[in-house]
Design a protein around this ligand. Structure first.
Ligand SMILES: [Zn+2]
Ligand SMILES: [Zn+2]
Ligand SMILES: [Zn+2]
Length: 141
């Protein structure tokens, strides 16, 4: 998968974030599931020595720096997924659909399925768009 080609160290460097053990550990969790969204609870389970506030701050800074993006999949839990390498510290360029599987309850990035912007009445300005499809994923079908 494209986004795995760039190493964790390169990614932190590119986004001007210092390499710390916490950042490395959190990014590793995302690399392990590349293409699948993680809730902070999933990462907490994986990294039991990490406190919740540090994890929250790390996720926020990754999001602001174009390393991960927020995924809203209708479950009510905030999830994040690894960005494609085009995302920068200023903007996310990976506006794609997500797929929620009702069987395994995993949410997957559909990077090739772009969210088309509908034409809006004058004066409306879009900041974010979410498209969530749900059903059975290719691992479960
Ligand atoms: Zn992004
Ligand atoms: Zn599934
Ligand atoms: Zn995504």
């Amino acid at each position: 998968m494209e986004q795995s080609k760039i190493t964790i160290q390169d990614r932190l460097y590119k986004h001007k974030l210092r390499s710390t053990s916490v950042r490395n550990a959190v990014l590793t969790a995302f690399y392990k599931v590349a293409g699948t969204a993680l809730a902070s609870r999933d990462i907490e389970d994986d990294l039991s020595d990490l406190d919740r506030i540090t994890l929250y701050r790390t996720l926020k800074s990754f999001e602001q720096n174009g390393i991960i993006h927020q995924v809203i999949d209708g479950t009510g839990v905030t999830k994040y997924a690894l960005c494609t390498h085009e995302c920068s510290n200023k903007a996310h360029h990976d506006v794609h659909a997500h797929f929620f599987c009702v069987t395994c309850e995993q949410t997957t990035c559909l990077e090739d399925t772009k969210v088309n912007q509908p034409s809006l009445a004058q004066g409306f300005k879009v900041n974010s768009a979410q498209l969530v499809l749900s059903g059975i994923c290719n691992q479960c079908s």
